[in-house]
Write a protein of this length. Structure first.
Length: 287
């Protein structure tokens, strides 16, 4: 079965990025000239998604504006014969079908996904967290979709994380089928390193069968008093096989300040127009 729908939750408060996120969504922070969320939407489209639902919250208006038409700006660019820029701006508003739904308050990732239930309409769907950028030729979401198509079961993206950081991830226990695929045995939300069943953590990409929604509904509030997606995944795992897939690619958690800076440096070094300047600048610190 094809996966055409994706839920992108962007309703979190982004407290790690205060005060910038007091009035702007962290998903709109730019990686040079392109907001983080633009990269995420591109990944979805390149993975075959043609219908996106953003779960938004208060002070996230600028995300809607970004993907909307901007007639005044377009008129201005036309009048100034800035055709390249005009095309870039017009392409953004015609990238894909986007729908918006509000999560009334940020009650956790599980709750955010549940908010999109009516739109999902009992079909399998992808979830892409709005603050993770993953760079790879074959997009991470496409890798998950390929696994879903092979086995017909939910597949979550995982990667090895430093032991001391297990408290920031859902950590899995799994039976390895090969070097990149596990059958999920358990997943624990943000365990301390000494309680973590492994150092393999779930990152912000998932493909789910629609049964995940009832499972989330049947969870009670968990870690941090939030409706945790991890608890929904544990319930689903009692009913259906779930796969954990060690994706290929470089991930940046742009909701984390140091990771955000690393993303900007790497994108600048990959950009022909500025790589020499940036290399020269960095060299000054490498004596
Ligand atoms: P995070 O936990 O990284 O986002 O959620 P956060 O809560 O905004 O960040 P900090 O820790 O306070 O800095 C991952 C993704 O899930 C969304 C966020 O917007 C982010 O893209 N999210 C999280 C929701 O949509 N709703 C929620 O209730 C929680």
């Amino acid at each position: 079965m094809e996966i055409k729908k994706a839920v992108i939750p962007v309703a979190g408060l982004g407290t790690r990025f205060l005060p910038a996120t007091k009035s702007m969504p962290k998903e709109m922070l730019p990686i040079i000239d392109k907001p983080v969320i633009h990269h995420v939407v591109e990944e979805a489209i390149e993975s075959g998604i043609d219908d996106i639902i953003f779960v938004t919250g208060r002070s996230k208006r600028s995300i809607e504006d970004y993907f909307d038409d901007s007639p005044e700006l377009e008129m201005h660019l036309k009048a100034k014969n800035k055709d390249n820029m005009l095309k870039i701006v017009q392409d953004i508003s015609s990238m894909v079908d986007i729908h918006y739904i509000r999560q009334k308050e940020p009650r956790g990732l599980g709750d955010a996904i549940l908010t999109a239930e009516k739109h999902i309409n009992d079909e399998p769907f992808a979830v892409l967290l709005g603050d993770d950028i993953i760079v790879n030729g074959t997009p991470c979401t496409k890798q998950l979709i390929d696994n879903f198509q092979k086995y017909g079961r939910s597949t979550i993206a995982v990667e090895e994380v430093p032991r001391e950081k297990t408290g920031s991830y859902g950590i899995i226990q799994g039976k390895a089928l090969d070097e990149s695929l596990y059958v999920l045995e358990d997943i624990i939300e943000k365990p301390a390193p000494e309680n973590a069943p492994s150092n393999i953590g779930a990152i912000g990409r998932y493909v789910f069968t629609p049964e995940i929604l009832d499972c989330i509904k049947n969870t009670t509030t968990g870690v941090g008093n939030e409706i945790q997606l991890t608890d929904g995944i544990r319930l689903l795992n009692e009913q259906q096989k779930i796969y954990a897939y060690k994706f290929t690619g470089k991930r940046y958690d742009t909701g984390d300040k140091a990771e955000y800076v690393k993303a900007i440096i790497d994108f600048a070094l990959a950009n022909e127009d500025m790589q020499e300047q940036i290399k020269g600048h960095i060299r000054r610190f490498c004596i």
